[in-house]
Design a protein around this ligand. Structure first.
Ligand SMILES: [Zn+2]
Ligand SMILES: [Zn+2]
Length: 508
């Protein structure tokens, strides 16, 4: 990176006087400039792009954005900039600058040669990792120390589930309230950012987890715990429901009848998937009995309790499609063989096979898409995530799929983008530092070759990514992709991809 040399002082002096944006963010511009000069921070200017800043304000053609170190220092008309000798200039003319994207439901970060670079190469500069364990915590620490290039990581706890579970280790099975509380304290001790709850938690254990989270100030979210009503879970403080599980039932005229069926059905330790399959089938049936009045009441309760929905349409689409639908995706070249094998095997647990099943699952998926739009219109908070590492859900690429599916559902491109930028930051309590292109916030940006507000598919046309102030131009991004492809296709024993040392984990 080119450092500002002779003109740096002058440039920063200008910034000190032109720093109204910084001042608005509560940062004294003169002090900021002084500190930046003292630290010798690099100055980067993205000049000439149309700025789609994510605040909801009008798009601004021919803008300039000045980055100092890992922060956004100034935004304004390109014509208002002083001479820029010494600064690294990124030519944004004819392009569109948006905030860095957040994938709010990921797994697999510890495939270090695969997942972190694929996120960045696709403009995903922040992720919410939904299952914490030793290896991906270690990867997060490497990224934080600057030893590995990767996105910002918000780390979930170990998945907390009941004594019966669909998952294998490192899931944490908790059978009693005391064990639930201990698991929450363990997550806090490990520095996890939130607690992840799962399907088969006994109700009294869920209540204890919620209480302990409240006591420690730790957010919690996850799957619908089947033994707890969705509104009760929301009232207890659950921050997000993942995948829309249970939402069709909760918004249907058959709600009470279907919930009674589930309540009367035990979790079978010998066949733990049976209950999940039953619940999913009842959810599917419930989509045919959608009731606007029931839905309005449910959405109002979620909104009132500040509980968000994380639709993960990318994974929902895969599991409601025939297995062969994704078998020849060109992006498979970025996926290690062990993960490809796992995907091919795993998909058979879900994929419809008969023509009737295929039609039913297709209709089910479309109904889920309609629910997302209804929830949005009702004012329920929405975040965008993919559930990557699950079959045919790719780090990075699949967030573009997610956005396209959200727009296909009926959200505007701007609304969909908001889910993975400003709203993601708001959900995470990072609205002061992330989510929009605003002075004072972190320098996580994506420069696109086309206008994503006109056509959401433009998010695939990544020209440059800025991650914590570091500029990755097209050549650098292509280098990342080439590195991933090489690592993915190396014989396992030759590499240090996770596949060489750890079994693929089932994920959720
Ligand atoms: Zn999940
Ligand atoms: Zn997941």
């Amino acid at each position: 990176m080119v450092r500002v040399e002779a003109n740096r002082r002058e440039f920063l002096r200008w910034l000190a006087t032109a720093g109204a944006g910084l001042a608005a963010a509560g940062i004294a511009p003169a002090l900021f400039a002084q500190d930046a000069a003292a630290a010798g921070l690099a100055v980067v200017v993205v000049r000439g792009a149309t700025l789609v800043d994510g605040t909801g304000g009008p798009d601004r053609p021919d803008s300039a954005v000045v980055l100092v170190g890992d922060r956004i220092a100034w935004t304004g008309p390109a014509g208002a900039l002083p001479p820029l000798a010494g600064a690294q200039v990124v030519d944004g003319r004819g392009r569109y600058l948006i905030p860095g994207l957040w994938d709010m439901h990921t797994h697999g970060l510890d495939y270090e040669e695969i997942f972190p670079p694929l996120f960045l190469a696709n403009g995903v500069t922040g992720i919410r990792e939904m299952w914490g364990y030793a290896e991906n915590r270690a990867t997060r620490a490497k990224i934080a120390r600057g030893e590995l290039l990767g996105p910002r990581v918000v780390m979930g706890s170990s998945i907390l589930d009941g004594p019966v579970s669909l998952l294998t280790p490192p899931v944490t099975k908790v059978a009693t309230p005391a064990e639930g509380r201990a698991a929450v304290r363990a997550a806090a001790d490990l520095g996890d950012d939130f607690v992840k709850v799962y399907f088969y938690l006994p109700a009294e254990v869920f209540v204890a987890i919620a209480d302990e989270c409240r006591a420690l100030g730790l957010p919690f979210g996850g799957h619908w715990p089947y033994r707890v009503g969705q509104v009760d879970a929301a009232r207890a403080g659950l921050r997000s429901f993942e995948h829309l599980f249970g939402l069709p039932i909760a918004t249907s005229s058959r709600r009470d009848e279907l919930l009674a069926v589930l309540a009367a059905t035990p979790f079978d330790p010998a066949a733990p998937r049976d209950f999940f399959n039953l619940a999913r089938e009842l959810d599917r049936q419930a989509t045919q009995a959608y009731d606007p009045a029931t839905a309005a009441g449910h959405f109002a309760a979620l909104a009132r309790h500040g509980t968000w929905l994380s639709p993960t349409l990318a994974v929902n689409r895969v599991i409601s499609s025939p297995a062969a639908a994704f078998a020849h995706d060109v992006r498979l070249k970025y996926v290690p063989q062990d993960l490809r094998d796992y995907w091919a095997d795993r998909i058979t647990l879900f994929a419809p096979t008969t023509p009737q099943q295929i039609a039913q699952q297709h209709a089910y998926f479309e109904a889920l898409q309609r629910l997302v739009v209804a929830a949005s219109e009702a004012g329920v908070g929405l975040i965008g995530g993919t559930d990557c590492e699950n079959p045919y859900v790719y780090p990075g690429f699949s967030l573009h799929d997610e956005l396209e599916l959200l727009v296909q559902a009926g959200l505007s491109p701007r609304r969909a983008l908001r889910m993975v930028t400003r709203d993601a930051a708001a959900y995470l309590g990072r609205e002061a530092t992330a989510g929009t292109v605003t002075p004072g916030k972190v320098a996580d940006l994506v420069l696109l070759d086309a206008n994503p507000v006109a056509d959401i598919r433009a998010v695939r046309r990544v020209h440059t990514v800025v991650t914590a102030g570091r500029v990755l131009d097209r050549a650098a991004l292509d280098g990342l992709l080439a590195g991933v492809e090489a690592a993915a296709n190396r014989p396992p024993a030759a590499g240090n991809a996770r596949s060489a040392r750890l079994p693929v984990r089932g994920c959720c």
